[in-house]
Design a protein around this ligand. Structure first.
Ligand code: LM2
Ligand code: CA
Length: 455
């Protein structure tokens, strides 16, 4: 059941996957702040192994804040720029492990070997679970194996040890000292919830927001709900449910089935249509999904009061390993072709629905359904959305819950700063009804606060 009195929230997170710090600073000022996004989630900021692949970010070499995306000074000034326009910063914190590769030199010039990171960790800082071959996790039905063996050969920190917890807490506290507001704890499932609690307890300042990556696996012993004492937890069942619904299963029942029985409570959940892993491994919709389903799923996520939503902002890729394009040469403008920035956070429906989410409050009401791929609902008396994930127009008179008036259709984009609608508006009559022709694979969204200009 939904929590009652769902309040307006400026809580939308944008995961700026692969963006460098200077570009994020610019985008905060130019777009994210004015658009009403609550947070940017940045790629892991610490020193990593070198290479062109995106995933080098997930192999820490040290906690020196000099990675591919910029140095400590650039990080600090990005945080300042984002704060200036009311956008908070969440750092992706890779704390379960260090590198997978044998030996090398990191992005800040630190020489390392597997299990030896000068001045930071030595052989004894790591789990050596003894599983043949290579200490790697195979069996996800074993809690011990998942948490003390290695994820794809990545040297697994002994996060139960006091000195390891202290070192990690020192790194996270350093991020906080630069103004970081929140943390995404990478690979949380691979650390005991009590150990994460120990690490957070050793920090000098507590983060304002924490989200933990604990991928739900049917039948597995480690449950997302174990981690709620530390902060939010990512609800991957939301992601797969939207993928199924928008691809084939039908969206009309989503208001009845989300959240599912054993899912995280709304206040504990962080949800997304896709993240950087799922967009690559078919565990979600992605930018290549047909028939506008990727965008329409975002409309549902942002309109529906469940969890804290994250919008992935990523880039086109030809292969799994492809790293981000060079953001120094521009991000949201002037590029095309393979490996270009997608800027999902600027998609007019996504920006428009982020504004909607920041303004509406109230429970889901006035639920209206057409076919199994058509769903409309109100958020109390403050907003209304109709999603037509069908190849035919959805025509009808809809109860919106809103007072009579003309409202901008923010599916076409947020109302602009001069008060004009991005494109068209919807008229609500004295009974709160609107006559709509909703185009195939499209949506309509209106809310109190985005009225159409009069005259
Ligand atoms: C995560 N969450 O738990 C991240 O969201 C996910 O993106 C990370 O995997 C993973 N955990 C570890 O932080 C990525 C990527 C992997 C990549 C690792 C490490 O999905 O493909 O593994 O980062 O960079 C790569 C190679 C893999 C190799 C490993 C170690 O793809 O074949 O394993 O490095 O050298 C031998
Ligand atoms: Ca572990």
């Amino acid at each position: 059941a939904l929590a009652s009195c769902a309040a307006a929230q400026k809580d939308t997170i944008v995961q700026m996957f692969g963006w460098n710090w200077d570009s994020i600073a610019q985008e905060c000022t130019q777009f994210l702040g004015p658009a009403g996004y609550g947070y940017v989630q940045i790629s892991p900021p610490q020193e990593t192994v070198t290479g062109d692949q995106w995933w080098t970010d997930y192999q820490p070499v040290s906690y020196n804040l000099q990675g591919k995306r910029g140095d400590r000074a650039a990080l600090a000034s990005m945080i300042e720029a984002c704060h200036k326009v009311g956008v908070k910063v969440i750092a992706d914190a890779v704390i379960n492990h260090m590198t997978g590769s044998d030996a090398g030199t990191g992005t800040a010039g630190t020489s390392y070997q597997h299990y030896e990171y000068p001045g930071l960790y030595t052989h004894d800082s790591f789990h050596h679970c003894g599983l043949e071959p290579g200490d790697n996790i195979v069996n996800y039905d074993s809690r011990e194996e998942v948490q003390t063996c290695q994820l794809v050969n990545l040297a697994d920190l002994d996060t139960g040890k006091d000195e390891v917890q202290t070192a990690i807490a020192g790194y996270l506290s350093d991020l906080m000292s630069l103004g970081v507001d929140g943390l995404r704890l990478d690979a949380s499932k691979h650390m005991a919830a009590t150990e994460i609690n120990g690490i957070l307890g050793k920090m000098t300042t507590s983060p304002q927001y924490v989200t933990q990556e604990v991928i739900f696996g049917a039948g597995e012993p480690i449950l997302p709900s174990e981690y709620t004492g530390n902060g939010n937890v990512q609800e991957f069942r939301f992601t797969s449910t939207l993928q199924d619904a928008f691809s084939s299963g039908g969206i009309s029942s989503l208001v009845d089935t989300i959240p599912g029985e054993s899912w995280l409570a709304s206040g504990d959940a962080n949800v997304f249509v896709a993240n950087h892993d799922t967009e690559r491994n078919d565990a979600s919709l992605n930018y290549l999904s047909p028939s506008n389903t990727y965008t329409l799923a975002h409309v549902f996520m942002l309109a529906y009061p469940y969890g804290t939503p994250s919008v992935l902002s990523s880039y086109e890729y030809a292969g799994y390993d492809d790293g981000a394009p060079n953001s120094a040469t521009g991000t949201c403008f002037g590029e095309g072709g393979v490996n270009s920035w997608l800027c999902q956070h600027r998609f007019p429906p996504i920006a428009g629905l982020t504004a909607f989410r920041g303004a509406v409050s109230g429970d889901v009401s006035n639920i209206q359904k057409g076919t199994a791929q058509q769903l409309a609902f109100s958020r109390g008396t403050t907003g209304f959305v109709a999603i037509n994930n069908e190849d035919a127009t959805w025509t009808g008179s809809f109860s919106t819950g809103l007072a009579a008036g003309n409202y901008c259709n923010v599916y076409e984009g947020a109302r602009n700063t001069t008060g004009d609608c991005a494109a068209s508006f919807v008229t609500v009559d004295d009974q709160g009804a609107a006559s709509l022709n909703i185009a195939p694979r499209s949506a309509v969204a209106i809310y109190v606060g985005a009225e159409a200009p009069t005259g």
